[in-house]
Design a protein around this ligand. Structure first.
Ligand SMILES: Nc1ncnc2c1ncn2[C@@H]1O[C@H](COP(=O)(O)OP(=O)(O)OP(=O)(O)O)[C@@H](O)[C@H]1O
Ligand SMILES: [Mg+2]
Length: 413
């Protein structure tokens, strides 16, 4: 039975940012669904609408049998939510935070005391429950937030990047909690994440969202097996070499795709961002009307439509890139040093691949062969590498802040 049914859900901000663009999907009771997508894809906005924190521009959804528009209170009572940004009161103790939440949900004192004890056990915070939250480590705060989200025994739990910034060990521990909740407590869970290994490990099913639309749905294995063959990653010494080599593989019938991956040096975040904008322009989406839209990009504004705000410096770079070959290679220089080829029988093709690269007089830094992973699926569907998902400057700062607080405080915790 579907516990969540979403129909043409849409959110448009400020008249022109299509954060969520008419998505429809169902979630079966007991599922653990992963919601993946680049920065700004619309994940948080979707969860916020489903949890009634945000009103859709159009479309509808039923959660636990309640319509999000007609019966938001009933929806809220039946769900739990762990937000992307921490929302604990750090001047209160862990127990006080939970107690406060229990009161909001109208739990009687006796029930509150019992549930708080139970949840603190689940997240292993019993011994720190009476310390102020400001003395907690990032991982402890995250665990307390999960405990809070569960206090009223929700049937559906929304987790927005539950392990952002946590160290691998704490992340593992949280995975176990999440898995246990899903399997033992039968809580249906939707979680968003930027960690594909997290989605791969935890989720029965994954949805990838990009520019407010679903671009791929399936079990982790389904998604991976859609990329038939092997991935051969070529890393070049110089990004300019990638430009030279890329066309040599594009025409080969044994190469199903050849995708440049932004490297982690230089301005990879900016590069991803630009690729995103370029793709939008190429698709003629987001109110920019294909190439014609470029003319309008020169002056003021700053809106690329469809959720993308284009900073002036990018506009200039894009305009240059579109008008000359040199411009495009300048863009590539911004970071891409790696080319991922999806090929049949990769192991046997490597000598041929190396020969082609050699023949073009280009030096390789490394060649690597692997079976398609979810990262590759992400790259193939969104054109971006999830590892390079840095997004905007402010986003980078925000993430760094959360990560620092998670790491830094851990020492004390
Ligand atoms: N309150 C708001 N006002 C205007 N625009 C907004 C608002 N909230 C979100 N947006 C825009 O909507 C788009 C989708 O944002 P959203 O937060 O849903 O993305 P996300 O997929 O959660 O990204 P991330 O991975 O960075 O958390 C972005 O372009 C964002 O800038
Ligand atoms: Mg988000």
């Amino acid at each position: 039975m579907a516990i969540i049914e979403v129909e043409e859900l849409t959110k448009i901000f400020n008249g022109d940012i299509r954060a969520v663009d008419g998505i429809s999907f169902k979630v079966e009771e007991g599922e653990l669904l992963g919601f993946l997508g680049p920065n700004g894809a619309g994940k948080t906005t979707t969860l916020n609408m489903l949890s009634t924190l945000l009103k859709p521009t159009s479309g509808s959804a039923i959660v636990n049998g309640h319509d999000i528009l007609e019966n938001p209170d009933a929806v809220r009572r039946s769900i739990g939510f762990v937000f992307q940004d921490p929302t604990l009161d750090t001047e209160l103790t862990g127990r006080e935070n939970l107690d406060f939440h229990g009161r909001i949900y109208g739990l009687k004192r006796k029930v509150r005391v019992e549930r708080i004890k139970e949840m603190l056990e689940i997240v292993q915070l019993e011994d720190r429950a009476d310390d102020l939250v400001k003395t907690y480590s990032g991982g402890m705060k995250r665990r307390l937030e999960i405990a809070r989200g569960l206090l009223h025994y929700p049937k559906v739990l929304f987790l927005d990047e539950p392990t952002l910034g946590l160290d691998p060990q704490t992340r593992r521990a949280i995975w176990e909690h999440i898995q246990r909740l899903n399997e033992d407590e039968k809580v249906t869970i939707i979680l968003t994440t930027h960690y594909t290994e997290e989605a791969d490990y935890l989720c029965n099913r994954i949805q990838i969202i990009d520019f407010g639309k679903l671009v791929a749905v399936g079990t982790p294995n389904d998604l991976k097996s859609r990329l038939e063959g092997d991935i051969v990653s070529l890393v070049f010494k110089d990004p300019a070499h990638l430009m030279k080599i890329h066309p040599l593989f594009k025409g080969k019938d044994w190469v199903s795709s050849a995708i440049p991956v932004a490297g982690d040096g230089g301005n990879a975040g900016g590069m991803s961002r630009m690729m995103e904008i370029m793709r939008r322009i190429a698709r003629g989406r987001g109110g920019m009307g294909g190439m014609g839209g470029l003319a309008g990009m020169g002056a003021g504004g700053g809106h690329g439509g469809g959720g993308i705000r284009i900073p002036k410096r990018y506009k200039e770079m894009i305009a240059k890139a579109m008008s000359s070959k040199g411009g495009l290679s300048a863009m590539m220089k911004a970071g891409a040093k790696q080319l991922n080829l999806l090929v049949d029988d990769g192991g046997h093709r490597i000598p041929e691949i190396v020969k082609i690269v050699d023949g073009a007089g280009v030096e390789l830094e490394s060649v690597e062969l692997h079976k398609p992973t979810l990262d590759d699926v992400f790259l193939a569907t969104t054109g971006r590498s999830i590892r390079d998902e840095r997004g905007s400057f402010t986003e980078t700062i925000r993430r760094r802040r959360i990560t620092r607080s998670a790491r830094g405080m851990r020492v004390r915790g």
